[in-house]
Design a protein around this ligand. Structure first.
Ligand SMILES: *Cc1c(COP(=O)(O)O)cnc(C)c1O
Length: 455
């Protein structure tokens, strides 16, 4: 069936629009007829390796809702994947991009530069942890920025080895697949992978019971014995792991690693692609324990949904590669830079760091309460608007991925977009837009809790 774009357009395209009503509203089966027809076209046109969490097609989104092509209004508890922290089509972002797209769309920063790129670099240098002299470079995706952080660290240290951690996720390109821990679906069949990547044990308090210093000692001992500090260019870690299950390392783990890295001339890279930009109740998750990474990698929340990523860090490290050694055709695209400046202004001016904290308090309170009478909730953890629920078999403590899948599916059927994650597939994660109205967040959590009670 062909899609009647004239009709979907009335839901989705006029520039002068009504305010998006902030409500959950289900007017068809989910997916509705238009989404089903589009899904058939997707199956015929798009590689089946590109999956979707929900089979509904978006027409419009903003605040805390996604409206689909059938007119259903869903509660968004995922922000894409932690991207639209400022909300979809945030007003400042829309205005800035509209202006920029009319002025120029591309010149290539490496050919004839423009000021918004410099402005984004200045903002990142100001906002990332530490008051040392910093420089930034801009790229397109999180994975591309991670790759560049590794290039920069190798160039600076003239060493090759890189350590990543259990449960890590750093992307899907060749080097970042090697850094990523989980085989399915990210790596299986896609090797050979980049060499000189080593894996160290993570601090995972719910599962290993170790204190931060104990877990750091375990990791450092492995690094020293199996790799040798002299061979190590960088340690890369997510301050709170994302895809791996929102694993918050025990207190003291990150500071001990930073201290060891500094003492051994190893570049400490914080991958803040998912945790950055107010998400965790600080502008960056590294701030929770006051660590100052040498390099910080950012992407997802940076530009209100436009593709942009960055590496920011100590000037002497960032300036180590030879001139022309970093770059790319689209890196720091002018539309994305305009969007990033508007998004950063929105995070700062609209108090979204504080908003992330109150979202987190709400989610944690609801699920800690539920956990008191439901032993399948093994752990409730996270910071700010980055909260995870880990489901287990109450008898054995084993991960319960099947239950997790049922809860997510039931929530989807009721019009709530929730995501799962975790090495064992047994974690539901909450990453709502920081602009979600409080009542809508409550309703979304009601739906998930009802789904759990019925599963
Ligand atoms: C999503 C993510 C990446 C990869 O970003 P892409 O833009 O998908 O390439 C890297 N690191 C972390 C922590 C992420 O969450």
């Amino acid at each position: 069936m062909a899609i009647d774009t004239a009709t979907t357009g009335t839901i989705g395209s006029a520039l002068e629009r009504d305010e998006l009503v902030q409500e959950r509203r289900i007017v068809t089966d989910l997916p509705g007829p238009r989404s089903r027809a589009l899904m058939e076209r997707k199956l015929a046109a798009v590689s089946s390796a590109v999956g979707t969490t929900m089979p509904v097609f978006a027409a419009r989104a903003g605040g805390g809702v996604i409206v689909d092509v059938d007119g259903n209004s869903l509660i968004d508890l995922g922000s894409g994947i932690a991207v639209t922290g400022v909300g979809n089509s945030a007003p400042r972002v829309v205005a800035a991009v509209q202006q920029q797209v009319a002025d120029f769309t591309h010149t290539c920063f490496m050919i004839t530069p423009y000021d918004s790129y410099v402005g984004v670099a200045e903002a990142l240098n100001r906002l990332t942890p530490g008051d040392h002299d910093k420089r930034s470079a801009l790229f397109n995706s999180g994975a591309e920025a991670v790759e560049n952080a590794v290039k920069i660290a190798r160039s600076y240290t003239k060493r090759q080895a890189v350590v990543a951690f259990d449960h890590a996720y750093h992307g899907r390109t060749n080097l970042t697949m090697a850094l990523t821990a989980k085989s399915m679906p990210y790596k299986s069949g896609f090797g050979p992978f980049a060499s000189e990547i080593y894996r160290a044990p993570m601090s995972y308090p719910f599962r290993d019971g170790l204190s931060g210093p104990e877990a750091a000692k375990r990791a450092i001992s492995l690094i020293e014995k199996q790799i040798g500090a002299d061979n190590l260019a960088a340690v890369i870690i997510e301050p709170i792991q994302g895809e791996g299950g929102f694993v918050v390392p025990a207190e003291g783990f990150l500071p001990a690693l930073v201290e060891w890295a500094r003492a051994n001339g190893v570049v400490f890279i914080a991958d803040e692609v998912q945790t950055g930009f107010a998400r965790t109740g600080h502008m960056f998750a590294s701030e929770h324990e006051g660590i100052v990474p040498d390099l910080v990698v950012t992407a997802k929340g940076i530009a209100g949904g436009l593709p942009l990523s960055a590496v920011t860090g100590r000037a002497e490290i960032m300036d180590a590669p030879h001139a022309g050694g970093l770059g790319g055709t689209y890196g720091g695209n002018p539309l994305a830079c305009a969007a990033a400046l508007a998004a950063i202004e929105t995070y700062e001016e609209d108090g979204l760091v504080e908003r992330a904290r109150s979202i987190g308090e709400t989610i944690i309170a609801r699920f800690r309460d539920a956990a008191a009478s439901d032993a399948r909730i093994g752990d409730v953890r996270g910071r700010g608007a980055m909260i995870a629920i880990e489901f287990v078999d109450p008898e054995t403590g084993e991960p319960d991925a099947a239950l997790t899948g049922r809860v997510a599916k039931a929530a989807h059927a009721q019009g709530v977009v929730v995501l799962t994650c975790g090495t064992y597939g047994n974690v539901i994660r909450f990453l709502p837009p920081l602009t979600i109205p409080a009542a809508l967040l409550d309703e979304g959590l009601d739906v998930v809790l009802q789904a759990l009670a019925a599963s």
